[in-house]
Design a protein around this ligand. Structure first.
Ligand code: AMP
Length: 610
């Protein structure tokens, strides 16, 4: 395909969030993080953080399948990670939009399905907190996420039973939470170093307007990498002392990883920390302990190159926004890893600005999403003094092109174009009498098609026979407010049109999503039943123990028939319990335990005073 004459149309429009007015239940804002997730909702015009059942304000993005098949999410999953590492999934966000999967108990799980489990937990926490059903959400993603990753995130929301009203970039969301407290017009840098990703964005905050001018980053850089450096150091230290390599001991490594993260966090406020892991492993039949002191200086040395890796994206974001650091009004720090003093020093060194300390780096992203959720429902801008409308402009994180003759990537949408947007360009055929053309949609900054990521392909067929360069094929890119792309191609002669739903292999089909929704709901039902079964059997065990003890103590005073009846009921309950298997229970098995338990409860109350 070649490019035809210069008929190029550009239609960029901005989105006034308040125009979509529907009043229903509350829309929650979710920061679906690599390491931790956070959920917020606007109440009385203020975004509040929804705590999880253990009172935590963030929830570990960890999913586990316990040995008896129970599904655990959050703190519970993280706690058991040491003893069940092969069935525990962490940092699934790193796999979003890829063909990664995991097989557990013969069942295959995609990243969307695992993420959906986290979202279901957050949804439930929000419902418990609000005392009403929650069906709508705004979910945040790193600015660097491509179309496939955004779509996968949206699909995860659908699987979890959430209507995802918007996918919003994390730095935009952070600025949203910040911009409302401080109305002054300014350009702001959002430096977001989380658990697994680094994003830097330049944002313009005006009166009621937040515009993303540029974004850059590295979606494989984050706190996990800092933990790994400390873990590697601990392993090396242990090796030099005990001449033993623990790196293949899965349980020991899990403990080392946890201790490494803990040490890293402590070094954000202390100059040195002790890592103590008793009974870490066995060396020649003897238990050995790990005990080491890590200083902040050593930690900085181990991680200096990671901190340095944030330099280039910062410079790229500044130059893409067409400004120098001195024109920045403020620098916002987002993500738990920005608590590391060396990171804060690096930000100061790069920008000459003391980063703002008055936003909570763990919570502001979810808060911004909640604020957007609330405005999408037609509410006035939460927490704003003026009640003005909110104009929110995001940008495309990477350039979008199609492949043209000679394998060249011809750009239709430059990176950092505000979205939603629509862009058309007319192309023609490269060969005489060509009847169809292939449209290969590419994402990336490179000039040759093969160096960019192909995110979808389709063919426009039935072009009228004509010499090369005569047919007029209009290719249109449409990017919606979520950053999700639709591409269409139209033969202007025959008006034949073909459009694409992006068909990257790693994207889930509609039927796969429906299946996953069905399974997620079935699993939620199973979880309730399983929890009920666990409660009943625990109560039954405790009743049995108490009744046996009371019977022993009071046998002499009891009527013979009563004593016999209680013994029979104890036997019946023991029998029902012995047949009961949590992983293979039927409704009848559970019913048998319930009936036997109730019978024993009645007699124990009547004859044993229990
Ligand atoms: P986020 O994805 O924003 O929740 O960031 C999580 C990352 O922040 C994890 O790698 C944490 O270990 C890290 N983190 C949290 N608190 C601290 C702290 N006080 N010092 C250093 N890193 C931290």
């Amino acid at each position: 395909m070649t490019e035809a004459q210069s008929k190029t149309t550009y239609v960029g429009y901005y989105n006034l969030c308040n125009s979509e007015v529907t009043k229903v239940g509350k829309v929650i804002g979710i920061d679906l993080g690599t390491t931790n997730s956070c959920v917020s909702v606007v109440e009385n015009d203020q975004p509040v953080i929804i705590p999880n059942p253990t009172g935590g304000r963030t929830t570990p993005s960890v999913v586990a399948f316990s040995k008896n098949g129970e599904r655990l999410v959050g703190d519970a999953a993280r706690r058991q990670a040491v003893t069940n590492s092969s069935r525990t999934i962490t940092s699934v966000k790193r796999h979003m939009g890829t063909d990664w999967d995991i097989r557990i108990d013969g069942k295959q799980y995609k990243p969307q399905t695992i993420s959906a489990m986290i979202l279901m937990q957050l949804k439930k926490d929000a419902e418990d907190f609000l005392g009403e059903p929650v069906t709508e959400a705004v979910i945040t993603v790193p600015a660097y996420f491509n179309d496939v990753q955004r779509q996968a995130t949206k699909d995860a929301g659908r699987i979890a039973g959430l209507d995802v009203k918007r996918i919003i970039n994390e730095p935009t969301s952070a600025a949203l939470s910040y911009g409302l407290d401080h109305g002054e017009a300014q350009k702001v840098m959002v430096y977001d170093l989380g658990g697994g990703t680094f994003d830097v964005s330049i944002i313009e905050i005006g009166e009621g307007l937040i515009e993303v001018l540029s974004t850059s980053g590295d979606n494989h850089l984050g706190g996990d990498d800092f933990d790994a450096r400390v873990s590697d150091w601990l392993v090396a230290e242990f090796k030099s002392e005990h001449h033993t390599d623990v790196s293949r001991d899965v349980a020991a490594m899990q403990r080392i990883k946890e201790a490494a993260e803990q040490a890293k966090k402590e070094l954000s406020t202390s100059e040195s920390t002790n890592v103590v892991l008793p009974y870490l492993t066995q060396v020649r039949g003897e238990a050995v302990h790990l005990e080491r002191t890590l200083t902040r200086t050593k930690f900085n040395e181990l991680t200096a190159d990671l901190v340095r890796r944030t330099e280039v994206p910062v410079q790229t974001a500044l130059s893409d926004a067409g400004i120098t650091a001195s024109q920045l009004g403020r620098v916002l720090l987002v993500g738990g890893s920005t608590r590391i003093p060396a990171v804060q020093q690096k930000v100061f060194q790069l920008t000459g600005k003391e980063p703002s300390k008055n936003i909570n780096p763990d919570e502001c992203v979810a808060q911004g999403a909640a604020i957007l959720g609330s405005t999408l429902q037609g509410n006035a801008l939460a927490a704003a003094d003026t009640g003005m409308d909110l104009l929110l402009m995001d940008v495309t994180p990477l350039s979008l092109s199609i492949e043209t003759v000679g394998g060249v990537a011809t750009r239709l949408v430059e990176r950092n174009t505000p979205i939603p947007t629509r862009y058309s360009r007319v192309f023609s055929t490269a060969a005489a009498y060509q009847r169809d053309v292939e449209i290969n949609v590419l994402q990336g900054e490179r000039t040759m098609a093969r160096d960019n990521k192909s995110i979808g392909k389709f063919r426009l067929k039935g072009i009228r026979r004509a010499p090369a360069g005569v047919p007029q094929i209009e290719v249109t890119f449409d990017i919606d407010a979520n950053g999700i792309l639709k591409v269409s191609a139209k033969d202007l002669d025959t008006q034949k049109e073909q459009s694409i739903t992006i068909t990257a292999d790693d994207r889930m089909s509609d039927s796969e999503i429906q299946q996953a929704i069905f399974e997620a709901q079935a699993y939620a039902g199973q979880d309730v039943q399983r929890r009920e079964a666990i409660e009943i059997t625990n109560e039954a065990q405790s009743l049995l123990a108490k009744a046996q003890q009371a019977l022993k103590e009071r046998k002499k005073d009891l009527d013979k028939n009563a004593s016999k009846q209680i013994k029979n009921e104890i036997n019946a309950l023991q029998k029902a319990l012995s047949k009961f298997r949590l992983d293979k229970m039927t409704d009848q098995d559970l019913e048998n335990v319930k009936t036997a338990k109730e019978a024993l409860e009645r007699s124990a109350a009547q004859y044993l005073g229990m």
